[in-house]
Design a protein around this ligand. Structure first.
Ligand code: SAM
Length: 318
């Protein structure tokens, strides 16, 4: 249903600027519309303002219109066909690098594999933050979408303009392919990260007021980046975590069931290994990631990453 905008709000907006009224509906409030107008005027040349405002009035996300989204210290290129990086992901990436750089003792570069990499935002931010803390990393990102990998490689080229990095690669591969590791030619990995599609179809379709996704997301961001559930966590464990013999993983989640499922599938499929798992909430108070590490290995410090009372921090002697 189209939200109606009151005449008085339109009048108020017009007094501020004639460019403002068309932005009201997509921005959701006068304050947000003013902020969006400031970004459009600051970041685009004047001859592009009308086109940008028209696109935004049709609910296109501002990040596709402006072309980038800040992600930590980076500006990630965003174009239709790739998911726009979210603050929730940025938050855990930064927290992860803080913990890794403080605790990871080995002098060799950390080897990180990022599944479902999209724009490449996770590998690039992890690399950059570790680099800032004088730690080196080799990072491989993969995605089944060729468009995403094209954009991830564009982001890598941008990144290389300001960073000295020879250990980042992006490839096309499918997390459901049991031979994904061989296809990527991966032998040794320390940590696997992923922000897989995790919105169940029913929630994706639900009205925004009932916790469904926002209209601009539904209209413009790729469904294949958003819709998914337990099958992704199963594939991550089965095709990546177990065969790579990695020491740890961090997977973004949207629901507590996804944390519980990931812990139990590990228990079922990798019963010879003493895995520990935990989870943590983001700063908005929502469950945001499931974390796993092998007990009695140097990755135990990842416990620090989890909420103290996260349900599966209890002893798990399989
Ligand atoms: C939630 S988005 C995350 C993108 C990026 N990592 C981020 O945090 O912004 C999920 C990504 O998974 C990718 N994807 C979906 N199905 C996949 C599959 N079977 N194998 C690999 N990647 C897949 C989508 O193309 C999308 O880029």
């Amino acid at each position: 249903m189209m939200t109606r905008i009151s005449r008085s709000l339109i009048r108020q907006a017009s007094k501020y600027s004639l460019y403002l009224p068309p932005l009201l509906r997509a921005a959701g409030s006068l304050e947000h519309a003013k902020q969006e107008l400031r970004w459009i005027q600051n970041e685009l040349p004047k001859h592009k303002w009308i086109d940008a405002i028209t696109r935004r009035s049709n609910f296109e996300p501002l990040q596709y219109i402006l072309g980038t989204q800040p992600f930590g210290s980076l500006d990630i290129i965003c174009k239709p066909g790739v998911l726009i990086p979210r603050w929730e992901t940025e938050e855990w990436c930064i927290k992860l690098t803080e913990i890794l750089s403080k605790n990871y003792k080995q002098s060799q570069p950390l080897k990180i594999l990022d599944a479902c990499t999209g724009s490449g935002c996770i590998p690039l931010l992890l690399h950059s933050e570790l680099n800032n803390r004088k730690r080196t990393a080799k990072v491989i990102g993969f995605d089944f979408s060729k468009r995403s990998i094209e954009i991830a490689r564009e982001n890598l080229l941008e990144y290389l303009k300001n960073h000295d990095a020879n250990g980042i690669t992006f490839d096309v591969a499918d997390v459901f392919d049991p031979e994904v590791l061989q296809k990527l030619n991966i032998i040794n990995i320390d940590i696997i990260t992923s922000n897989p599609p995790y919105i169940p179809f029913a929630d994706y379709k639900a009205p925004t007021k009932l916790n469904g996704v926002e209209k601009s997301v539904r209209l413009y961001e790729p469904r294949t980046a958003l819709i998914g559930d337990l099958e992704f966590y199963q594939a991550l464990i089965k095709n990546l975590v177990i065969p790579s013999q990695c020491k740890a993983f961090v997977f973004e989640v949207g629901y507590a069931e996804q944390v519980e499922f990931t812990s139990s599938i590990l228990k079922k499929l990798d019963s010879n290994v003493n895995w520990r798992t935990g989870s943590f909430h983001d700063s908005a108070g929502n469950i945001r990631a499931v974390v796993g590490w092998k007990a009695n290995t140097e990755s135990e410090f990842l416990e620090e990453f989890c909420d103290k009372d996260s349900y599966s921090m209890k002893e798990m002697n399989y």
